[in-house]
Design a protein around this ligand. Structure first.
Ligand code: UDP
Length: 326
């Protein structure tokens, strides 16, 4: 049985769906602080907080857990700068609690959601896994700390891990029954979709003076179900007794903020206001990942390579989520 920590969240719920459809039994651990109970449509659910080690222990006693996937971290860069304590406690200390209980129960397979934010300012694009990791904000540092902890726990305790460094997770399951629903929302595509349905007055472009062809930031958008399939391959990889490893998960293609806005206009056939705003602190101009290693070693094969296809799936979900407003 696979334990999905944070399975009520955006990426965790998509992984839960895919694991369940692929024949895996799942247990979801989530404290519902940001996740949504409606998103847990598969597997067993345990409402539990990683800060409470004895509750986490009970889950490991109750279920025959063979591997753990860990999605439950805080993800707001700006908030991590203003309130680092919140981030170090949840993203690092609570992860150590989880690892402690795993070791006590001799569970030694771990898939960790890391991020391209661990690289900091890119020296070379596309980013490969060997690029130096110098995160520029507490959020990125919490993720890098866990990466380092995992290396030490492997050496000392034989805990095997696959670290997956996501680029910009986006889109939603084609079914339209689960998708992105952050509160507050800070991600580009759902914010543009909010502007398209009139829930927001406009979409602000954070910075138009970057050293990019149209002056706006370029990101590598990767579909959430492509991320999900990499998790299945990562479990299979660990099941084959492979060594711990880390992989970038991105499309290897970048789209600027303006290009994403144009895609939303095309897909939704809606007009909305676009406002040029100052840069957001801590945003590198270009983040594009090379996923060659994941393709070669995990046989990962992302299906959504066009931004319009990604935006279309996000739009389907967004309409469902905001039914009352349309
Ligand atoms: N962005 C923007 N306006 C917004 C939200 C985001 O221009 O209202 C930009 C942001 O500066 C970045 C890109 O869109 O260049 C993607 O931002 P997001 O927060 O979605 O993901 P991140 O790259 O920070 O992980």
């Amino acid at each position: 049985m696979i334990l999905i920590v944070g399975g009520a969240g955006y990426i965790g719920s998509h992984v839960n769906k895919l694991l369940s459809e692929s024949g895996y039994e799942t247990v979801i651990l989530d404290n519902l602080s940001y996740g949504h109970e409606e998103a847990i449509k598969w597997g067993h659910f345990c409402k539990c907080d990683l800060a409470n080690i004895s509750d986490v222990n009970k889950i490991f006693e109750k279920y025959d857990i063979t591997a753990v996937m860990h999605f439950s971290s805080f993800i707001e860069v700006g908030e991590s700068v203003n309130n680092p304590q919140k981030y170090y406690y949840n993203n690092v200390v609570n992860t150590m609690n989880l690892l402690k209980v795993m070791l006590e129960h001799d569970v030694k397979k771990f898939i960790f959601s890391s991020t391209c934010a661990t690289y900091g300012i890119p020296q070379k694009i596309p980013l490969t896994e060997t690029h130096p990791q110098n995160p520029i904000n507490p959020y990125g540092r919490t993720k890098l700390m866990v990466e380092r902890i995992l290396k030490d726990y492997d050496s000392a305790y034989g805990l095997k891990s696959v670290i997956l460094r996501y680029f910009n997770a986006s889109g939603a399951d084609e079914s339209g029954i689960i998708g992105e629903n952050h509160n507050p929302e800070s991600h580009l595509i759902p914010l543009i979709l909010d502007a398209a349905i009139g829930k927001r007055e406009n979409i602000k472009i954070f910075g138009t003076d970057y050293d990019t062809p149209d002056g706006t930031c370029i990101r590598d958008y990767i579909h959430v179900n492509d991320l999900a399939s990499a998790h299945i391959q990562a479990i299979e990889y660990l099941d084959e007794q492979n060594e711990s490893n880390e992989f970038n998960l991105g499309n290897g293609k970048g789209f600027s903020v303006r290009e994403v806005i144009e895609s939303v206009k095309k897909v939704t056939a809606k007009e909305f206001n676009v406002v040029e705003a100052p840069r957001r602190e801590g945003d590198p101009s270009v983040l594009i990942g090379s996923a060659k290693k994941a393709k070669d070693i995990l046989n990962w094969d992302p299906k959504y390579t066009s931004i319009d296809d990604i935006v279309s799936t996000a739009w389907k979900w967004h309409k469902e989520l905001n039914k009352g407003l349309l």
